[in-house]
Design a protein around this ligand. Structure first.
Ligand code: NAP
Length: 241
């Protein structure tokens, strides 16, 4: 399949990240599968190639900054990066309320969902600046919305997870600030809420299929020059911060 853009998707060996790769590939995008386990990354690439998608993998644990050398080397080889999908994420608090949630779970959640995301984006920004139309998509969640968390009728009572929700609110802050800083460049930065999706993280109780869950991030990755930046979206509709 001929390609004219290059995308790195973190946590692309399964779940939403893998499905985003499946949907971007046929749009002429060469996929770099970020995977913290090299074997799982290689297996994902094999599956993508079976569908005719151009793909390679890089071992990338976003909670371990030392891993960035290999990622930089791939971007050096391509000479630029057009699309960065910051998708890797964890939810590990399992219903523990804010008054008792262990600090190590909150810290670990932030390491992956927030600090790793920022460090990777900062490291790769020089390559994204070389793209004629750079797109950064941060996989947030509606659980990162302060407005929704503050609404007693929002229905997210069982999902008031301090570390997870705060890490996604922090991701949204990064989206806003980076988009403002890059206004006037060719780079767009947006936050995506995929929906509550049937994945290992979302569980079988989720109402949405993974094929639909990937759509918000894919659309933001393929935005045209007239598309928004600094926004927070679910299936094309803005969410309250
Ligand atoms: N599913 C939902 O309902 C839902 C809703 C809102 C937002 N989201 C967000 O969507 C994103 C994807 O979630 P998902 O539902 O697809 O979850 P998933 O099926 O559990 O997949 C998560 C992916 O992230 C990877 N990952 C975790 N920690 C990592 C690290 N330190 N470095 C690199 N990769 C790491 C996992 O790798 P391994 O295979 O090695 O574990 C896996 O590839 C997350 O950011 C999540 O917060 C999901």
């Amino acid at each position: 399949m001929p390609t004219d853009r290059i995308a790195l998707i973190t946590g692309a060996n399964k779940g939403l990240g893998f499905e985003i790769a499946r949907q971007l590939g046929p749009k002429g995008v060469h996929i770099i599968v970020g995977a913290r386990d090299a074997q799982r990354g290689a297996e994902a690439v094999t599956k993508l190639k079976r569908e005719g998608i151009s793909a390679e993998t890089v071992q990338l644990d976003v909670a371990k900054l030392g891993d960035l050398a290999a990622t930089r080397a791939i971007c050096d080889r391509h000479g630029r990066l057009d699309i960065l999908i910051n998708n890797a994420g964890i939810m590990i608090e399992h219903g523990k309320k804010a008054s008792v949630v262990p600090m190590d779970l909150v810290r670990s959640t932030f390491e992956t969902n927030f600090f790793g995301l920022i460090a990777l984006t900062q490291a790769l920004l020089p390559y994204i600046r070389k793209s004629p139309a750079g797109r950064i998509v941060n996989h947030s969640s509606m659980l990162g919305s302060l407005t929704i968390n503050a609404d007693p009728n929002s229905g997210i009572g069982d999902f008031q997870l301090l570390g997870y929700n705060a890490s996604k609110a922090a991701v949204n802050m990064f989206t806003i600030q980076l988009a403002a800083e890059l206004a006037g460049t060719q780079i767009k930065v947006n936050s995506a809420h995929p929906g509550w999706v049937k994945t290992d993280l979302g569980s079988d109780a989720a109402p949405m299929e993974v094929v639909d869950g990937a759509k918000t991030a894919v659309a933001l990755a393929l935005l045209g020059a007239d598309g928004p930046t600094g926004g927070y979206f679910h299936l094309g509709k803005p969410l309250p911060w």
